[in-house]
Design a protein around this ligand. Structure first.
Ligand SMILES: Nc1ncnc2c1ncn2[C@@H]1O[C@H](COP(=O)(O)OP(=O)(O)O)[C@@H](O)[C@H]1O
Ligand SMILES: [Mg+2]
Length: 221
C-alpha cells in the first residue's frame, strides 16, 4: 500500500476583511506517495489559499493537516518535505539562477558552497531543466519560460516529498506551457514525488491521477 504523504481533513478558512470571506468550507484531501492531484476552479475560488495552507505558508481556522506524520515546526516541515512552484516565479531578480536555485538549501541552513552536496545538486537540476548555460545569469535577464524552469529546479533542490505548484504555466505562452508541464510531470515521476497542482489547464490536469474541482469553498462531488 502506498504511504500517505499529506492528509487534510475538513479545512476551513476565512479572510476577515471588511466582510467575512469564507473561502474554504470543509476541504478534505489525501495525497499518496507518487500521486498527482490537480485542483481546478475559477479565479478566486481559493486554489492559491488552499495550496498555501497545505504548504504551511498560511494559517487556517479549523480542520487538520498531517504531513508525513511529522510533529515538527512548520518551517522545518516546509524545508524538509515541501517544494513550491509559484505562478509569479518568486525568483530574486538580482541573484543568479544558480543562487536562486540554492535558496531552499540556504534557508534550511545547509552548506551551499561550491562542492557541497546542495551545490552539486543545484548544478545537476539546472542541467536537467536545460539551464546550465544560464546558471550565472541574473534572474531578471531570463524569459518567463526560463524563469519557470528555474523554479522547478529550485522546488526539487531539498529533495522534498511533496511538490506544490500554483498555476505554473499561468503566465506562459502555449509552447512554453507545454514544456513546463512535461518537465514538471516527468520530474515528479523520475524523483518519485507527490504533486498537487492548481491549474486552469485541462490538458495538464488530465495528466494527473486525480482532478478536484473547487467551487463555493468545497470540492464538487
Ligand atoms: N490575504 C487575503 N486577504 C483577504 N482576502 C484574500 C486574501 N488572499 C486571498 N483572498 C481572497 O480569497 C479568495 C480566494 O483567493 P485565491 O486563493 O487567490 O483564489 P484562486 O487562487 O483560486 O484564484 C479571493 O476572493 C481573494 O480575493
Ligand atoms: Mg491563484
Amino acid at each position: 500500500m502506498k504511504e500517505v504523504v499529506l492528509k487534510a481533513v475538513n479545512l476551513h478558512k476565512s479572510y476577515k476583511t471588511f466582510d467575512d470571506l469564507h473561502i474554504l468550507k470543509g476541504i478534505s484531501l489525501t495525497l499518496k506517495q507518487n500521486e498527482s492531484i490537480a485542483i481546478m476552479g475559477s479565479s478566486g475560488a481559493g486554489k492559491t489559499t488552499l495550496l498555501h495552507i497545505l504548504g504551511t505558508l498560511e494559517s487556517f481556522d479549523s480542520g487538520k493537516i498531517n504531513i508525513l506524520n511529522s510533529s515538527s515546526k512548520n518551517n522545518e516541515i516546509r524545508n524538509k518535505h515541501i517544494g513550491f512552484i509559484f505562478q509569479a516565479y518568486n525568483l530574486i531578480d538580482d541573484l543568479t539562477l544558480l543562487e536562486n536555485v540554492l535558496m531552499p538549501a540556504l534557508i534550511a541552513r545547509k552548506n551551499i558552497l561550491s562542492k557541497s552536496p546542495a551545490y552539486k545538486r543545484a548544478l545537476n537540476l539546472l542541467k536537467e531543466v536545460g539551464l546550465t548555460k544560464r546558471k550565472n545569469h541574473l534572474a531578471k535577464e531570463l524569459s518567463g519560460g526560463e524563469k519557470q524552469r528555474a523554479t522547478i529546479a529550485r522546488a526539487f533542490l531539498n529533495d522534498p516529498d511533496i511538490i506544490l505548484a500554483d498555476e505554473p504555466s499561468g503566465n506562459l505562452d502555449f509552447k512554453n506551457s507545454e514544456i513546463i508541464h512535461k518537465l514538471l510531470i516527468d520530474s515528479v515521476k523520475k524523483y518519485n514525488k507527490s504533486l498537487i497542482i492548481a491549474t486552469h489547464d485541462k490538458k495538464l490536469a488530465a495528466l494527473c491521477d486525480k482532478i478536484y474541482y473547487l467551487e463555493n469553498g468545497k470540492f464538487l462531488k
